[in-house]
Design a protein around this ligand. Structure first.
Ligand SMILES: Nc1ncnc2c1ncn2[C@@H]1O[C@H](COP(=O)(O)OP(=O)(O)OP(=O)(O)O)[C@@H](O)[C@H]1O
Length: 249
């Protein structure tokens, strides 16, 4: 049981965006994908779920991703894209209910399992006070939790999230990471693109480190995230301690 990507490569004309990346997300693990701007993190996630033309193969719990129908795929992996525009002023509860779409649930008439999944997702993301508000009235932190709730409502075994904590204040960044941690503690497998190495150090079980489209390091966070790695990948000096990561001036 795992989400496995093998030999993933993404090219656009002469540009190599991702080259020969192997990547596994195991149930119960939170993997942080880190690397500088343009390293290929988004391209890898998009290729992994078939949104980007690519070479290589993807399997989910033993099933070849290419052979799954759109509905089967939507029941396996939730994807939080980097850009998450809210096109309509829908109610928070109705947006979370979109997570049940792959089960045939109509947002305004949820029952049984669907209603329970939506209520649980709203509760786990502390969105009860906002459930009947128009989503375009939420603050940035509340909106980030809304997107997490939509993903959790789908009750997929895997979630891929592209920078879910970016542009949030430190408190809300931690809140969002705790949501993913809770999801993996309940048995889900999550891969989360992060730019904040402190968050990665604190919350991720494993790291996948990309640079110029290639994997330069991977493994358990504690042994993988070193000052040498940070200098090699980002070109900055850093101090890595049990308390976290400090990027030096
Ligand atoms: N259609 C395209 N043609 C050429 N290059 C592209 C195309 N799409 C993306 N790229 C380039 O591919 C590289 C990888 O982009 P990607 O968005 O995957 O990186 P990223 O690691 O997610 O970056 P960031 O941290 O800035 O979000 C970037 O240099 C980007 O400009």
């Amino acid at each position: 049981m795992a989400l496995r990507m093998k030999n993933i490569a993404v090219r656009k004309a002469a540009a190599v965006l991702v080259e020969d990346v192997d990547f596994t997300v195991d149930p119960g693990r939170l993997v942080a994908i880190i690397g500088p701007n343009g390293a290929g993190k988004t391209s890898l996630l998009r290729a992994g779920i078939g949104l980007e033309d690519h070479r290589g193969s993807v399997s989910v719990d033993g099933a070849d991703w290419a052979s799954l129908s759109p509905t089967e795929r939507a029941r396996k992996i939730s994807y939080l894209p980097q850009k998450r525009p809210l096109a309509w002023p829908l109610k928070v509860r109705d947006i979370v209910a979109l997570g049940r779409f792959a089960y045939g649930a109509a947002p305004r008439s949820l029952a049984g399992t669907d209603a329970r999944a939506v209520d649980a997702a709203i509760a786990s993301c502390s969105l009860e006070p906002f459930a009947d508000r128009a989503a375009d009235t939420l603050s940035g932190g509340e909106e980030a939790r809304l997107h997490c709730a939509r993903a959790f409502a789908a009750e997929t075994p895997y979630i891929l999230a592209d920078e879910p904590a970016t542009s949030l204040d430190p408190y809300h960044q931690r809140q969002v990471m705790k949501l993913f941690k809770g999801y993996t503690e309940r048995g889900g497998g999550a891969a989360v693109v992060l730019h904040d190495m402190g968050l990665a150090a604190h919350y991720a079980d494993d790291l996948l480190v990309l640079k110029q489209g290639r994997v330069v390091a991977e493994g358990p966070t504690a042994s993988t995230l070193t000052a040498d790695l940070i200098e090699d990948v980002y070109g900055v000096k850093a101090r890595v301690t049990d308390d976290g990561v400090t990027v030096l001036p």
